[in-house]
Design a protein around this ligand. Structure first.
Ligand SMILES: C[S@@+](CC[C@H](N)C(=O)[O-])C[C@H]1O[C@@H](n2cnc3c(N)ncnc32)[C@H](O)[C@@H]1O
Length: 256
């Protein structure tokens, strides 16, 4: 894949923050970002139906163990049956937001999955990038892309097996979403980020308040600076009607 030059190695498996209103108009490459006029929306609370590896099943996950099972089955078809089929653009948008914000390596890409965001960072010359995910099968697919320096299997909801202050950037696409990872994970990510590190984290719009991200950013207070919420489409024009309107925000900020 273009831009991926570094061989990957596997290492084992509420309240409106004032800064949110200051989110600015911007354009990043082909992506239109606009200041977010955030309105609270209910988080769908669907029951776990089955382990069929698709977006509906992913949104119904309840625990990290559910994620391990689902993504074990989805890893081999994720890039084709999901990302290509639905014209999935969130990794590209997140990489663009990180680059436009002045992001530099070393980067930790969390919920790295099959490595689509790592590839998008590499295409922008940003590295080295380490990837972290709970699914060893997804990490195997990421390793095959050759865009990561190191891949780490770990649960974002637990203490991270990484050096404190090691990263100048933290990125994530598609992982802060329905049934996946909540704002509690931000504490661990702040610990492994260096002072001044740039974060670019996609967060599905509907869960921003419902899962407590808005409240979390307020509580982080002076620990972070320059919080912006960049609104973007999750899928491109190739998406089907069911997915065409899906939106996410990219929370971009720096560790103080
Ligand atoms: C929708 S995929 C996104 C993958 C990739 N970033 C992308 O945009 O294509 C979500 C990823 O989050 C991972 N994940 C879910 N829960 C996790 C957790 N508690 N800790 C670490 N990774 C997790 C899954 O294994 C999966 O690879």
């Amino acid at each position: 894949m273009r831009g991926c030059e570094t061989p990957a190695t596997t290492a084992g498996a509420g309240g409106a923050h004032p800064a949110l209103r200051a989110a600015r108009m911007d354009r990043l490459g082909d992506w239109r970002f606009r200041a977010l006029d955030f309105r609270a929306a209910a988080c769908p609370n669907g029951a776990m139906t089955d382990h069929k590896p698709d977006l509906d099943a992913a949104y119904s996950l309840k625990t990290p163990e559910d994620s391990v099972r689902l993504y074990r089955d989805w890893a081999s078809s994720y890039d084709t049956d999901f990302a290509a089929a639905l014209d999935y653009r969130l990794p590209e948008a997140t990489a663009a937001a990180f680059a436009e914000g002045g992001g530099e390596g070393p980067v930790l890409d969390v919920g790295a999955g099959t490595g689509l965001l790592g590839a998008a960072l590499a295409e922008r010359g940003i590295g080295p990038v380490d990837g972290l995910d709970i699914s060893s099968e997804m990490l195997e697919a990421a390793a095959a892309k050759g865009c990561y320096r190191k891949l780490v299997q770990a649960d974002l909801m637990r203490a991270l097996p990484l050096d404190l202050g090691a990263y100048a950037g933290i990125t994530s696409s598609g992982t802060f979403t329905h049934g996946h990872v909540g704002p509690e994970a931000l504490d661990g990510l702040m610990q492994v980020a260096a002072p001044g590190a740039l974060f670019a984290l996609s967060i599905k719009v509907e869960i921003y308040e419902a899962m407590g991200f808005a409240e979390k950013f307020v509580s982080m207070g002076a620990q972070i600076t320059g919080l912006e919420l960049l609104d973007c489409a999750v899928y491109g024009p190739g998406a089907d009607a069911d997915h065409a309107g899906h939106r996410a925000m990219i929370a971009r900020f720096r560790k103080a």
